[in-house]
Design a protein around this ligand. Structure first.
Ligand code: NAD
Length: 354
């Protein structure tokens, strides 16, 4: 039976395809803009400079200081760069960190944004902005931070290192997993989530062997769009809360933490919502989604143990306390004991508890 639902589609324009970056100038003009500041991390500065060169007078310059977790000090320097360059819009070329900087500028100046993602994190299609100041991370949701245009060009992901490819992909799959059992799910978000998981399950074994395979990269980026979109439209639960705690309080790296925790969070919730998670088990041709994800992660060479990220066993009690301090909705009630056992298995790299 179709249950009652409330659905609001994302208003962003999506331009997808190999070579799509060549349409950036057309997209700046479609926004009614004429001087875009190109944003990047220091690591991708040369790519940003190359894009700015191609754009000629439509580019107002390059600001290549984007950093993980969107530090407010960097955003303030970027605002200064916007003013100095006379920029009227931004182009974020990179992963979630660079997208975050574009959002931080749009939040403050309401300038139109183009996002050109080069990882699978999904931030480019969400109205969510996480920022850090004085070591504290805060998250806000506002339609103002959602990029107006996203250009998905799989050619830009050909050089994504193998390690980041699998962890970033599992980060995306985590959005889909939680969307499948979200309390505010709707038929469209569930279709997109299932299709996103299917796309990644098809692409990743190929990419583990041949990272420059363009059809597989295209498939994966298609999955990233779908998974990111559901992150932006329905509520997340246990998995994202746990990763937020581990990232925020123990400084664990974003995508790797998601990759490791995912099979355990899914197994925990599968006990309460097996039917809702069945699309994942089906995509993996596994009996159970959680166990199937753990086997899949191992097969594609993803990290599976939190201890390998430098988390001390002695920290697991505090992590369980922090992750269960504020109650929130989850398909299966979140207990301290349950979360402590989940973290123990994730720390060791064991298959998930049934
Ligand atoms: P990232 O953007 O931090 O990128 C990691 C490194 O990889 C950077 O040095 C980057 O320049 C480099 N890189 C990116 N693409 C590359 C490519 N194709 N080839 C070579 N190098 C490349 O990593 P991420 O995992 O994409 O983003 C993580 C950040 O995004 C976190 O801060 C997270 O909180 C945020 N995030 C936000 C949302 C949201 O909706 N607000 C969603 C997901 C992630």
């Amino acid at each position: 039976m179709i249950e009652a639902f409330d659905y609001a589609g994302s208003p962003a324009r999506i331009v997808f395809g190999a070579g799509a970056i060549a349409r950036t100038a057309e997209m700046i003009e479609a926004l009614g803009c004429g001087r875009a500041l190109v944003l990047a991390t220091p690591h991708q500065e040369a790519d940003a400079e190359a894009l700015a060169d191609r754009l000629g007078p439509l580019a107002a310059g390059v600001f290549a200081e984007a950093a993980m977790h969107t530090p407010v000090a960097v955003s303030e320097r970027a605002l200064e760069a916007m003013r100095t360059a006379g920029a009227d819009s931004t182009i974020a070329l990179g992963g979630g960190s660079t997208t975050g900087l574009g959002k931080a500028i749009a939040y403050r100046l309401d300038t139109p944004q183009i996002a050109i993602p080069t990882t699978y994190a999904g931030s480019e299609v969400t109205p969510i902005l996480g920022q850090t100041e004085d070591g504290v991370k805060t998250t806000l949701t506002s339609p103002r931070v959602l990029p107006e245009i996203v250009i998905y060009d799989p050619e830009l992901t050909l050089g994504l290192p193998p390690g980041m490819t699998v962890t970033s992909a599992l980060n995306a799959v985590a959005h889909a997993a939680e969307a499948l059992y979200a309390r505010d799910r709707n038929p469209v978000s569930s279709l997109m989530a299932a299709e996103g998981v299917r796309a990644f399950v098809e692409a990743l074994p190929t990419l583990a062997e041949a990272p420059r395979d363009l059809p597989a990269r295209t498939q994966a980026l298609y999955g990233a769009w779908l998974c990111g979109t559901v992150l932006g439209t329905v509520g997340m639960a246990l998995h994202h809360k746990l990763c937020h705690t581990l990232g925020g309080s123990f400084d664990l790296p974003h995508a790797q933490t998601h990759a490791i925790v995912l099979p355990h969070a899914v197994a925990y919730n599968e006990a309460a919502a097996p039917d809702l998670l069945a699309p994942i088990a089906q995509a993996l041709r596994a009996e159970r989604a959680g166990a199937g994800l753990h086997a899949f992660a191992t097969r594609i060479g993803a990290p599976t143990a939190l201890r390998d990220l430098g988390l001390a066993e002695a920290d697991l009690d505090r992590a369980a306390d922090l992750a269960t301090r504020n109650p929130y909705w989850n398909p299966r009630p979140v207990t301290r004991e349950g979360v402590r056992a989940l973290l123990d298995a994730a720390w060791r790299g064991d298959p998930p508890n049934a």
